[in-house]
Design a protein around this ligand. Structure first.
Ligand SMILES: *Cc1c(COP(=O)(O)O)cnc(C)c1O
Length: 216
């Protein structure tokens, strides 16, 4: 399916995160051999094991909910954390990044769906985070954008409205907090079932699993 997705993304600035959770390293190696370099995982231990086993120039993105006590395991190598949903978690990432003498790029995850179970910030919580003294003191993280998951539904207009909402959140934060910071430019949205809509609404990172690797 890489051959179908690639041309969809080619005329855009959207990058593909190949979501390889639950899939064996052989399946990742296969996509790697066909040129894919960005892979997304949602479990820390699984990501660490795959990082150890696979080529070093893979960019590993953590896309799932992250517990603070597990940040230390991915801090040496993770290239982007999509799922920052609290100041406490961000502080831990900053601390572990400092230990590794790195700066770790992160996205703020927003709750944009109708579903109540999904993690994520509301806009006012994100503002409070970005206004805090704690945040301003952090020298080892870089907030490079936002992430969100749309409601799992066939109602396309619902999904489109949620993606549009995330894009508006991105633009508001950009104006208020990241006006002179060109590295704030990522909007992570879109999965196997809705990535074309997400691209239309301005996604810069689509996270695609089952369409690439088959059902989990
Ligand atoms: C699993 C997962 C995906 C990919 O889902 P598919 O429907 O298989 O493309 C994307 N984002 C997150 C956060 C996920 O956990």
């Amino acid at each position: 399916m890489l051959e179908k997705i690639k041309p969809d993304l080619a005329p855009t600035r959207t990058q593909l995160v190949a979501v390889s959770k639950t899939k064996p390293t052989s399946a990742i190696q296969d996509l790697y051999d066909r040129g894919q370099r960005i892979f997304g995982e949602n479990r820390v231990q699984e990501m660490v094991e795959k990082w150890e086993a696979l080529p070093r120039d893979i960019e590993w993105h953590l896309i799932g909910h992250l517990q603070r006590n597990k940040v230390k395991y991915i801090a040496p190598f993770v290239s982007l954390i999509h799922s920052i949903d609290s100041l406490r978690l961000l502080k831990e990432v900053d601390k572990q990044a400092q230990r590794q003498e790195r700066v770790i790029d992160v996205l703020l995850q927003f709750h944009i769906s109708e579903e109540t179970t999904k993690f994520g910030l509301e806009l006012d919580e994100a503002r409070a985070l970005l206004d805090s003294e704690d945040y301003r003191a952090m020298a080892h993280i870089r907030v490079v954008g936002v992430m969100g998951m749309a409601t799992f539904t066939d109602r396309k207009e619902q999904v489109r409205a949620e993606f549009r909402n995330l894009r508006q959140i991105f633009e508001e934060l950009q104006q208020s907090y990241f006006d002179s910071t060109p590295h704030f430019f990522e909007i992570s949205m879109g999965m196997s079932g809705d990535y074309l809509l997400a691209v239309e609404e301005g996604s810069t990172l689509v996270r695609i699993g089952s369409l690439l690797f088959g059902a989990r």
